[in-house]
Write a protein that binds this ligand. Structure first.
Ligand SMILES: C[S@@+](CC[C@H](N)C(=O)[O-])C[C@H]1O[C@@H](n2cnc3c(N)ncnc32)[C@H](O)[C@@H]1O
Length: 232
């Protein structure tokens, strides 16, 4: 997962307005947080797109499972502490005023059981009054089978066409991401399979409420996918 594509991640997602997303995130954190400090953990931080702007207002640490993503994040943000860990099981000897898990990374957990464990684990790293914010993957109701998707990168020395057809298997969405990548040295093709759990709104809310978080749902969120917000 992301091993081959990590080095192209920022190019593929250059359309994402991380600065605008962080402005809204900051507003929500300050509205829902009852603890006093601003220590923030960005879980499944990827290459650190949100961290770039979160750094302005928070003392930020990042965590991700993928070593390639972490390598890129560390290179971009040498001043930030990054941890390698699984959101289901990581253990840090520190508690945070805010923990964020964005851009549907939570969907990678695939099962409702692992969703529950991750929310419990992240919540267990909050200070009293701290806030957990999770941007979900789409719900089974929103899922459109066999819809066709493409992203294109057109830089002077990098061209990418990434395409996929949405497929599903039971409660999993299965995305075979075909990448055709041209650099001055070669043109390569590779496929990365992403499998993401299609959880309902009730399943997300239940995971939050079970661990005692005072929970609300923002249907618009940062980019139309909604946000679950829980305060300890
Ligand atoms: C779609 S990317 C999102 C990256 C970043 N949050 C962003 O907005 O650009 C999903 C990220 O989740 C990470 N990830 C997937 N499963 C994970 C897990 N179980 N624990 C921690 N990170 C995970 C991947 O390595 C990847 O960096």
């Amino acid at each position: 997962m992301y091993n081959r594509s990590a080095e192209f991640y920022d190019a593929i997602y250059s359309f994402k307005d991380y600065e605008k997303e962080v402005a809204k995130l900051h507003e929500l954190i300050q509205k829902h947080k009852r603890s006093t400090d601003n220590d923030l953990l960005e879980v499944a931080c990827g290459t650190g797109g949100h961290i770039k702007y979160l750094k302005n207002d928070y003392s930020v640490e990042g965590l991700d499972l993928n070593p390639q993503m972490l390598r890129l994040a560390r290179k971009k943000h040498p001043d930030v502490v990054f941890h390698r860990g699984d959101m289901v099981s990581f253990k840090l000897k520190k508690h945070f005023d805010a923990i964020t898990c964005l851009f549907s990374a939570i969907g990678h957990l695939k099962t409702r059981r692992r969703l529950g464990l991750a929310v419990r684990n992240m919540s267990g790293h909050l200070k009293p009054g701290g806030v957990l914010i999770v941007e979900p993957w789409i719900t089974p109701q929103q899922w459109r089978k066999r819809s066709v998707h493409a992203n294109f990168v057109d830089q002077p020395e990098l061209k990418i066409a990434r395409m996929n057809i949405s497929k599903s298997r039971g409660k999993l969405s299965v995305l075979d991401m075909h990448h055709l990548v041209a650099t001055p040295n070669r043109v390569e093709h590779f496929v990365e399979r992403l499998e993401l759990g299609l959880f309902t709104q009730d399943e997300y809310l239940d995971a939050f409420r079970r661990v005692g978080l005072e929970t609300s749902y923002d249907s618009e969120g940062l980019m139309g996918r909604g946000l679950y917000i829980g305060t300890l």
